[in-house]
Design a protein. Structure first.
Length: 297
């Protein structure tokens, strides 16, 4: 009899504590879009990457639009729970509510690979860059770049494409866009210097799209080490450029690096912060341009 009474009391206590928890989780789930988050930590990252490797990156999104909602669904990628907004309505919502209902932020992996010494939000930094860039991408600037790009293109084709019966286009185009970006943004055109930088940049590109696990041997850990190597390499180059600017040498290129050095004190930055922004700018321009050129070919 005592055993039965104890069982009843235990059951009532379990019910008493479980009902609030069930209400809490049910209420929270009702506020989230439909979808699934997959495995702990990994989430659905493997399915996402497999779609890309199979040559149909849109399949990941299309499958979930059919399963859950054509407008919005939730998933988990790279250790982050995310909502994916689909179609014209989703794009309109995102771009018309910037800094209102939607705020830009960097994934954990990006913050670790590109550590910032300036206490500035991602949206503030992006807004400052948008104000700076028009001076370097207007019609007059593009005319100045044309001869440089033409020269790099001819040299690249002569070195890597001519007299070859077969080439693997994607990595060569990425090599080409890397050379153009380094020249236009930083004024670096020395082949030895470019070759020394290209390896770490490739490692960083892989690390950005990886799980935020910083353990020896992981993609993120390799990317952080590569980032530090590039930062040390560029610091010497940047300090030399700063001296040239202070001495008003006529040979100093008026590129984005020179502009960042001339205005860094206005934003509380130092040479280290300029180095981080420099290679972040180059890395951000590589995949989009090289992918576009590859598909055109």
């Amino acid at each position: 009899m005592e055993l039965i009474s104890s069982s009843i009391i235990f059951s009532l206590m379990a019910l008493f504590f479980s009902l609030p928890l069930m209400f809490f989780f049910t209420r929270n789930k009702s506020q989230l879009p439909p979808g699934k988050t997959g495995w702990p930590l990994i989430g659905e990252s493997l399915s996402f990457f497999n779609s890309g490797l199979s040559g149909v990156p849109a399949k990941f999104v299309q499958d979930r639009m059919q399963m859950f909602s054509p407008k919005i669904f939730k998933t988990s990628l790279l250790g982050q729970t995310v909502a994916v907004l689909c179609g014209p309505a989703g794009n309109k919502f995102l771009f018309s509510n910037e800094n209102k209902l939607v705020k830009a932020w960097y994934p954990t992996s990006v913050d670790k690979i590109f550590p910032s010494s300036v206490k500035e939000s991602g949206s503030e930094e992006a807004a400052r860059f948008r104000k700076m860039l028009p001076a370097f991408v207007n019609a007059e600037a593009l005319q100045r770049y044309a001869a440089t790009i033409d020269s790099i293109t001819k040299q690249h084709l002569k070195t890597h494409w001519e007299n070859n019966k077969e080439v693997i286009a994607a990595p060569l185009i990425k090599k080409y866009t890397f050379s153009v970006a380094c020249k236009l943004f930083l004024g670096i055109d020395d082949p030895v210097h470019l070759e020394r930088l290209s390896g770490p940049f490739s490692i960083m590109a892989i690390g950005i799209m990886s799980l935020p696990i910083n353990l020896p041997g992981t993609a993120l850990n390799k990317a952080i080490n590569a980032s530090e190597a590039v930062r040390k390499d560029l610091l010497g180059y940047i300090k030399k450029r700063k001296v040239d600017l202070m001495e008003n040498k006529s040979s100093v290129p008026q590129d984005i690096l020179s502009h960042m050095l001339l205005t860094m004190h206005e934003h509380g930055e130092d040479e280290r912060a300029v180095a981080v922004k420099s290679f972040a700018l180059i890395l951000g321009s590589l995949d989009t341009i090289s992918t576009t050129i590859t598909f055109v070919l």
